[in-house]
Design a protein around this ligand. Structure first.
Ligand SMILES: NC(=O)c1ccc[n+]([C@@H]2O[C@H](COP(=O)([O-])OP(=O)(O)OC[C@H]3O[C@@H](n4cnc5c(N)ncnc54)[C@H](O)[C@@H]3O)[C@@H](O)[C@H]2O)c1
Length: 268
């Protein structure tokens, strides 16, 4: 479990949602070595984990209350990240987030580390470098729900004192798969280290952080992550895309890439 120094807090019992998803698969093993971790998802993981997983739908308020009993800290990865109808997105990204914060308030949870998205600033031109203080410019219904999550997290800190580190994640994959990702990529190692620093750092209040590796031409500031004691170790510097990946369309006019071009089939 965690060893503490004066800059660290006691993380206590950690609930990780979305544990069967891509980030959950990447991170659960290392986090379970460091923390008292409980995993949950609405579907089982593709491979058996050594840590048991509770199957529950976060859109079900009673189920969330049951998961939250005795929890001190939440790593919230659950959600949908495709551009779908607003109704479909609402269940995973709005109803679940309301349940999460309400249940956290009732259970006395102290901190949430939240998987937000860079798509909240997706309509900035790629000529512009964006810092946390810049206004949101969401590029999709998906991004609007992540703006909602940012507002919920801010409200629940100001009103109830629940801290949140809101991670505006770039593109977290094993390696970049198109030219846009040379700027937006975050390595699994940097991502996991950032979540660990977000769990351990003392007194974060409500804090927004861009989660991106130290890539050449990156579009977002790293200072907020560094202020948690995080240093990105990886970069796309010198990375060679395969010719197929280099030729893949990547819509590089705006930060949000292809999300700025997508219109859901049933858009209400
Ligand atoms: N992977 C990235 O590069 C990236 C980039 C930006 C933001 N994010 C955000 O990080 C989070 C995790 O990303 P990911 O790539 O692992 O996504 P993912 O889609 O692979 O995993 C999300 C998980 O959430 C679960 N989930 C969905 N609805 C649920 C519900 N109602 N109740 C319980 N569980 C539910 C799904 O079953 C899934 O396992 C998402 O919120 C995503 O928006 C990821």
């Amino acid at each position: 479990m965690t060893s503490l120094d004066s800059t660290h807090r006691d993380v206590g019992k950690v609930l990780m949602t979305g544990a069967s998803g891509r980030l959950g698969q990447m991170m659960h093993s290392r986090l379970s070595e460091m923390f008292d971790l409980t995993l949950t998802d609405v579907i089982p993981p593709p491979d058996l984990y050594h840590v048991p997983i509770e199957i529950a739908d976060l859109a079900d308020a009673d189920a969330v209350d049951a998961l939250m009993a005795g929890v001190d800290t939440v790593v919230h990865l659950a959600g949908t990240s495709k551009e779908m109808s607003f109704a479909a997105t609402k269940r995973a990204n709005i109803d679940a987030v309301i349940n999460l914060y309400e249940s956290a308030r009732r259970a006395g949870v102290k901190r949430v580390v939240f998987a937000g998205s860079h798509h909240v600033v997706g309509y900035y031109s790629t000529d512009e470098f964006v810092e946390v203080k810049d206004p949101v410019r969401p590029d999709s219904f998906y991004a609007v729900t992540k703006c909602f999550a940012e507002a919920m997290a801010s409200l629940y800190f100001d009103k109830f004192g629940i801290e949140t580190v809101m991670l505006r994640i770039g593109s977290c994959t094993e390696a970049p798969t198109d030219a846009r990702m040379l700027r937006t990529w975050i390595s699994p190692r940097d991502m996991t280290n950032l979540v660990i620093r977000s769990l351990l750092s003392a007194d974060v209040s409500y804090k927004t952080v861009f989660a991106v590796s130290d890539n050449p031409g990156r579009l977002w500031a790293l200072e907020d992550g560094r202020s948690l004691g995080w240093t990105p170790l990886d970069s796309t510097q010198g990375f060679d895309l395969s010719s197929e990946a280099a030729e893949r369309p990547h819509y590089d006019e705006y930060h949000g890439g292809v999300f700025t071009t997508q219109v859901p089939p049933d858009s209400v």
